[in-house]
Design a protein around this ligand. Structure first.
Ligand SMILES: Cc1cc2nc3c(=O)[nH]c(=O)nc-3n(C[C@H](O)[C@H](O)[C@H](O)COP(=O)(O)OP(=O)(O)OC[C@H]3O[C@@H](n4cnc5c(N)ncnc54)[C@H](O)[C@@H]3O)c2cc1C
Length: 378
């Protein structure tokens, strides 16, 4: 389904957003025997997991790593049969304080042991999406409204048409949800205010990745990591694939540094900084990819709250379904590992557990008890 209005759907659960949280929720709900419909605003799955594939491998413009204390990412990776490789750590880091040039930091204190996805992090989402039943996933189908009728029926207004359900999972950043979606009746003020003031993790960041013919920095005993007080990129890391292919370096900058500049301008600035840090060999990358996540319509709110903070991550109110029907599930709502892929998977599976419990108890009947997804005429 891509855009035209379809006949109305009736399902047990609507999942809004096909990022890793939404897909984890959909997968768990389906496994519990509930009918699910997933509506995604973009023309792709993955949300903040975004990988670009080259002849010699993938690079990530969103999430890159997972860490040893993240069992759900490891389990999903293994279940999907995805290859991983350790983050390259050996060599010295660089530290740039002022115009005098970078200093070497022996033994790379900037990186910690972590793992990477050989096919890119988006492969996690693609793998889960491939497991959904045909017709479950609706791309280019942004949701604009959620209504709860007096009898408790949830009606979700998506671009392709309304969907009637027993429950809805908001698998998108809470601040974006309250900006982009009209709720009827209105959300209670405490949860609306909480959502609006919950920062989108990495929503204010620019990521740039430079791809080279070979990891030349390793010849000089450098790890590829750097910290810079001069900027515009403050933090840089080796982003090479397994065995150094594709060879790549990436950097993070605050989006405010660029004020909405075009990707080409950001790439040029990154290229100049790489040459300053790593020498002339860095001046000639094959490509530079740059993405300003603050300008991504389906990640960051247009008007983020000036009070937005990460202190509200995993807040108890996010663990309680609104009116017993509306469930929060994004990395920001996870009580553990919030901000990370691990947190997103936890949030999605937790929402699915809650819905399954409510559905089994029969306290909030889903789709009038009929667990088969079906269409009905408008
Ligand atoms: C640059 C960057 C680097 C990162 N690095 C790491 C890392 O190394 N390791 C790590 O663990 N985490 C990292 N993260 C964080 C990680 O990407 C997130 O925690 C995770 O992907 C969030 O998943 P999610 O499903 O909660 O949200 P999202 O991925 O944001 O998914 C939300 C989905 O909802 C969709 N959507 C939005 N609005 C609507 C609407 N109205 N209707 C329907 N759909 C809608 C979006 O298009 C999106 O697909 C990074 C993030 C960024 C941006």
């Amino acid at each position: 389904m891509t855009g035209n209005r379809r006949r109305a759907l009736v399902v047990d659960v609507v999942v809004m957003g096909a990022g890793i949280a939404g897909l984890a929720a959909a997968h768990a709900l389906t496994a519990a025997g509930l009918s699910v419909s997933v509506h995604e605003a973009r023309n792709r799955v993955g949300g903040r997991l975004l990988s670009s594939t080259h002849d010699d491998g993938a690079i990530d413009l969103g999430a890159t790593w997972f860490w040893p204390d993240e069992p759900l990412v490891r389990a999903l990776t293994d279940d999907l049969g995805l290859a991983t490789h350790p983050q390259a750590l050996s060599g010295d880091a660089l530290f740039e304080v002022d115009q005098r040039g970078p200093q070497r930091l022996a033994g790379n204190p900037l990186d910690v042991p972590s793992a990477r996805f050989a096919l890119g992090a988006q492969a996690l989402a693609a793998g889960l999406a491939d497991r959904l039943r045909p017709g479950t996933l609706h791309l280019v189908d942004p949701v604009s409204g959620v209504r709860i009728d007096e009898d408790g029926t949830v009606v979700v207004e998506a671009a392709g048409g309304p969907v009637t359900a027993g429950h809805v999972v908001l698998a998108l950043p809470p601040a974006l949800a309250v900006e982009a979606i009209t709720f009827s009746p209105a959300l209670p003020a405490p949860i609306r205010d909480l959502a609006a003031s919950t920062a989108v993790w990495m929503g204010g960041v620019v990521k740039a990745v430079a791809v080279y013919d070979r990891p030349f920095w390793r010849d000089a005993g450098l790890a590829g990591s750097a910290m810079s007080h001069l900027g515009p990129f403050r933090e840089l890391h080796d982003h090479s694939g397994p065995g150094g292919s594709p060879a790549a370096l990436f950097g993070f900058a605050a989006a405010a540094q660029f004020d909405g500049a075009a990707p080409e301008q950001i790439a040029t600035a990154f290229g100049h900084q790489l040459a300053r840090l790593f020498g002339p060999a860095a001046a000639d990358p094959r490509h530079i990819h740059a993405l300003d996540w603050s300008r991504e319509l389906h990640t960051s709110p247009r008007a983020p709250s000036p009070r937005a903070s990460t202190a509200t991550y995993g807040h108890p109110l996010f663990q309680q379904p609104v009116a017993g029907r509306i469930h929060w599930a994004s990395t920001e709502t996870a009580p553990d590992h919030a901000g990370h892929i691990e947190g997103a998977i936890r949030a999605g599976t937790q929402a699915a557990r809650t819905i399954t419990r409510l559905a089994v108890a029969g306290t909030t009947g889903t789709a009038r008890g009929d667990r088969q997804e079906r269409s009905c005429t408008n």
